[in-house]
Design a binder for this molecule. Structure first.
Ligand code: NAD
Length: 403
């Protein structure tokens, strides 16, 4: 990215706790930029409306101006948005991702010392999930039970699949799960690019190809095809050598490939993966997976390092450069307006944004401040501390100034 010294960054404050955490996170961002550049570089913040606020002023949860501005300025950072119930579109978040074709959902999962974790050795958890963000059941094509579309599909399927004697009860609701070659390949390429850029040694494809042969099985096949374009050593090659020349030779060749800086690529079935990340989290570094698997995996992994209050995320189209960085939790209506919410998820999403901008010194300053705060057990209630949202931001700013 070619970044001007005063880049315009669009932001959406968000609903519910968005109003508690956004102003505080923004104070932290501005203070870290000031610390790193002393006024020579600065963010020109552009406030955009979405969610309840947008509905109040524009009678539209996601006004066109908001999408057009993000489209023009490339980057945005946002708090959580409520999902309107019974509206024509399912979710503001999903709509934003689809309109801007933000095909990669990137979720780093990293443990900070001092944070309580249900894991015995949480320091072993250090993974980045690349979740495909536009396809799979999130394409949003479903037909309700009793609808004429569902009936037509049931008739068609019964006739087509007669031989296998599969029967669809007439009351079936039907969902469509598209998974394409190009959709899979662009996601897996971004996971490889990330792995190479960040010196990662292992990339794991997570899928349910044993059950869904063409969709999830296709994802696995196309992901391995992408691996052929990168400096990699795949489990497919390993297995082939093992079969032809024995395990010892396969291990030797794998070790030589790793020594030469290649990435080891394997695949794991999603249910086994959810078991493995608890038993052997140290075995995984970069994960490439489909939309629904990625949804489950992201929350499961977030829980290992302190929960959704601390897990950051970004939705990126690496081809156009468009990116939205966001708190991964929801609007937390139970604590909204109480100055209690943890702003760390949004702040760490900001860290990802500064890295994306190439402002690594800003990102590092904020990460260090979080590191010192958590180590000293200075944190909000959800992490076992007693600080309010604004007190926590004050502490971070203190560490940033002292750095
Ligand atoms: P939620 O994440 O809002 O809340 C779940 C629990 O986590 C609550 O107990 C809440 O208090 C707690 N929590 C969440 N964020 C916290 C924080 N920063 N600090 C401390 N505690 C925090 O999930 P929900 O209740 O299922 O959803 C509420 C609304 O948010 C719904 O409308 C949902 O659709 C929406 N949502 C939005 C996003 C998003 O914008 N990315 C993500 C998930 C849910």
């Amino acid at each position: 990215l070619l970044v001007p010294d005063f880049p315009t960054i669009a932001y959406i404050r968000g609903d519910g706790v968005g109003e508690d955490i956004f102003p505080e996170a923004k104070r932290v961002f501005d203070s870290a930029v000031e610390k790193a550049f002393g006024g020579n570089k600065k963010i020109d913040w552009l406030r955009l409306l979405a969610g309840e606020e947008a509905f109040k002023f524009k009678e539209n949860y996601l006004p066109d101006e908001t999408i057009n501005s993000i489209s023009e300025y490339l980057l945005a950072i946002k708090g959580p948005l409520m999902t309107p119930v019974g509206e024509s579109f399912r979710s503001i978040n999903v709509t934003l991702r689809q309109k801007l074709d933000l095909y990669a959902c990137v979720r780093p999962v990293e443990y900070f010392e001092g944070i309580e974790s249900p894991m015995k050795a949480p320091e072993k958890v250090d993974m980045t999930i690349f979740r495909e963000n536009t396809e799979d059941i999130y394409a949003g094509v479903e037909f309700a039970t009793g609808s004429s579309e569902a009936h037509q599909l049931i008739d068609f399927l019964e006739q087509t699949l007669k031989v296998t004697a599969i029967r669809f009860p007439k009351t079936s609701a039907i969902g469509v799960k598209p998974v394409s070659i190009e959709g899979t390949k662009r996601l897996v390429e971004s996971a490889f690019d990330y792995a190479l850029k960040n010196g990662k040694k292992r990339l794991t494809i997570v899928h349910k190809g044993n059950i869904m042969k063409f969709t999830e099985g296709g994802f696995r096949k196309w992901a391995y095809e992408v691996a052929e374009q990168y400096p990699s050593f795949t489990k497919l090659i390993y297995d082939k050598i093992k079969k032809e020349k024995g395990k010892k030779k396969a291990e030797e060749e794998k070790a030589a490939a790793m020594q030469a800086g290649k990435i080891y690529v394997d695949d794991v079935i999603a249910d086994n993966f959810l078991q493995q990340i608890i038993l052997n989290p140290q075995n995984f570094e970069v994960i490439a997976t489909l939309n629904l698997n990625g949804d489950y995996i992201s929350d499961a992994l977030a829980a290992q390092v302190g929960g959704i209050g601390i897990a950051p995320g970004a939705n990126i189209n690496y081809k156009t450069g468009h990116a939205i960085f966001e708190a991964t939790h929801g609007t937390a209506p139970d604590i909204a307006g109480l100055n209690q919410a943890n702003p760390s998820s949004l702040i760490l999403s900001g860290v990802m944004m500064f890295d994306y901008l190439g402002w690594h010194e800003v990102a590092q300053t904020i990460r260090k401040a979080l590191f010192y705060a958590f180590k000293a057990k200075e944190c909000t209630r959800d992490l076992g501390g007693s600080l309010s949202t604004s007190e926590f931001a004050d502490i971070l700013i203190k560490y940033i100034k002292e750095a």
